[in-house]
Design a protein around this ligand. Structure first.
Ligand code: CMX
Length: 464
């Protein structure tokens, strides 16, 4: 094993012991743990869902028009997703809490600092705010699971350096599927009432292993291929930052905490969330499901936009030969981008109709920690210019910035300058949200997903 800690399920024998408990119809729950709380909540939530089905099962959730079917299913209410809900005007709420509320209520490492992602994980999985001790227990649990088999690191070592970091991440997660407790338990005939248990184990193991894999990719592609080890007394973000080589950079560690919290979940319909949920609905295990979701995150209209934003800004500065482009220079660069049939990355959204509160949270961080950074000034100037340019086009439904418009400038400020890597950080965060929901998908027994498609002929026949 590529060992950086003692993983409860790292060895074949312990995987076998979990499996044997599961096969005897027993969940594997330690008292007082996050898993124990999830386990207690399952019967209540199953009952609640049953009541919703009985009371409202035949009610209409709205009309599906031909435009909606052709137009990327915008606005069709066709998914259950409990961990977060997106309002087009207000933005995201995680289990009912807005980003400012998360910042106020979740435990922090630094006094008055950024919330801890492990605490968010507790909230996403239970709907309850954790105490500091509970949040710490999640950090410890994740640290104890943080080990990656040598063969996965070997696969990464064999990748060409110019294979995109997101492709490498997907490859490594697919290879890690070798460790899936769910897949093995399913092979041996686990009862469906217990599916949630190995799905929980796989999800926590996967979240725990992601910083090691992500850092190995970073080091292989941009550094010397070596990475450090997990400090069992540190939190997830501190460990991740240390593995990346930024552990002594306290500003970066705080940024990472905020970053991992705000990118985690954005309700169920976005490409990465929906894909993870869809693939999981076929009872593909969390490794296969997350890898599929992250392949979607790697698209430039979704998560890859964060690399595109910084590339676009830097290429503007290079073309104009300045670090401080003027209002008029930015305006004409935006117009050129649109005239050449490209999008302005970081602006627009399929659901939001206002500035993304994830953008605002990052802007507040920048105002507090890097207000004199020249690239931050450009990001601020873009906010004054791009929405007007996009609105003038008359077709963009939301001209305001999204989460990706801001993240690159912050990472670059602290020295993480390699834009090709940015989506990997988004991916690590997104795992927290989509895997939390995946645990609930199986706990609630949600069925295989199978919407109806139509041909052009069949649409015409319906109305002509
Ligand atoms: N720049 C230029 N044109 C844009 C645009 C932008 N930032 N945003 C939307 N448009 C265009 C669309 O391409 C579309 O054009 P066509 O009718 O010619 O096809 C038109 O405006 C209408 O699009 P929309 O209904 O407003 O937006 P969609 O729901 O179709 O798409 C999104 C949403 C995010 C893909 C789009 O706004 C976009 O491409 N933005 C830039 C890429 C980006 O920042 N993506 C990250 C989103 C957040 C994330 O998932 O991480």
């Amino acid at each position: 094993m590529f060992s950086t800690g003692i993983s409860r399920f790292a060895s074949k024998s312990s995987i076998a012991s979990v499996r044997s408990l599961l096969l005897r119809g027993k969940a594997t729950v330690a008292a007082g743990s996050l898993k124990a709380r999830v386990s207690e909540l399952i019967p209540e939530k199953q009952k609640e869902l049953k009541e919703i089905k009985t009371k409202y099962g035949s009610k209409s959730l709205g009309e599906t028009t031909v435009d909606m079917a052709i137009g990327g299913m915008r606005g069709i209410k066709g998914l259950l997703w409990d961990t977060s809900l997106l309002d087009s005007e207000e933005g995201i709420r995680f289990r009912g809490l807005s980003i400012p509320e998360l910042k106020e209520k979740l435990p922090t490492v630094v006094e008055g600092g950024e919330p801890i992602p492990e605490a968010l994980l507790w909230l996403l999985l239970t709907g309850e705010l954790p105490t500091e001790a509970q949040s710490k227990s999640v950090s410890e649990d994740l640290n104890s699971r943080a080990s990656v088999p040598d063969f996965v690191m070997d696969i990464l070592d064999r990748c060409p350096r110019d294979l995109h970091p997101m492709s490498q991440l997907s490859l490594a997660i697919n290879a890690l599927q070798h460790e899936s407790i769910f897949a093995k338990a399913y092979d041996q005939g686990i009862n469906k009432a217990l599916y949630w248990d190995p799905i929980y184990e796989d999800s926590m193991n996967l979240i725990a292993k992601l910083p090691l894999i992500a850092s190995k990719i970073y080091s292989n592609v941009y550094r010397d291929g070596k990475i450090g080890s997990i400090d069992n007394s540190a939190d997830y973000s501190q460990n991740f930052a240390s593995l990346l080589g930024f552990g002594d950079n306290k500003g970066f560690v705080e940024l990472l905490r905020l970053y991992l919290v705000i990118h985690s979940d954005h309700e169920g319909g976005n490409v990465s969330a929906h894909t993870t949920h869809l693939v999981g609905s076929a009872l593909s295990d969390p490794y296969l499901s997350l890898a599929a979701g992250l392949n979607g995150l790697a698209g430039p209209l979704h998560g890859l936009a964060n690399q595109e934003v910084l590339r676009w800004i830097l290429s503007m500065n290079k073309t104009l030969n300045t670090e401080n482009p003027s209002h008029d220079q930015i305006l004409s660069y935006c117009k050129e981008t649109l005239a050449s049939g490209r999008v302005i990355p970081g602006y627009g959204h399929a659901v939001l109709r206002k500035t993304d509160p994830r953008y605002t949270a990052q802007r507040e961080f920048a105002l507090k920690h890097l207000k004199d950074d020249p690239l931050f000034a450009t990001v601020s100037n873009l906010y004054d210019i791009v929405p007007k340019v996009l609105a003038e086009q008359g077709k963009v439904k939301n001209p305001w910035p999204n989460v990706d418009a801001h993240s690159g400038v912050l990472l670059r400020h602290y020295g993480l300058t390699e834009q090709g890597y940015y989506t990997v950080l988004f991916a690590v965060s997104r795992a927290f949200g989509v895997l939390s929901q995946l645990v609930w998908d199986r706990a609630l027994g949600l069925p295989i997903e199978r919407p109806k498609s139509l041909t052009m002929d069949s649409i015409k026949k319906m109305f002509e």
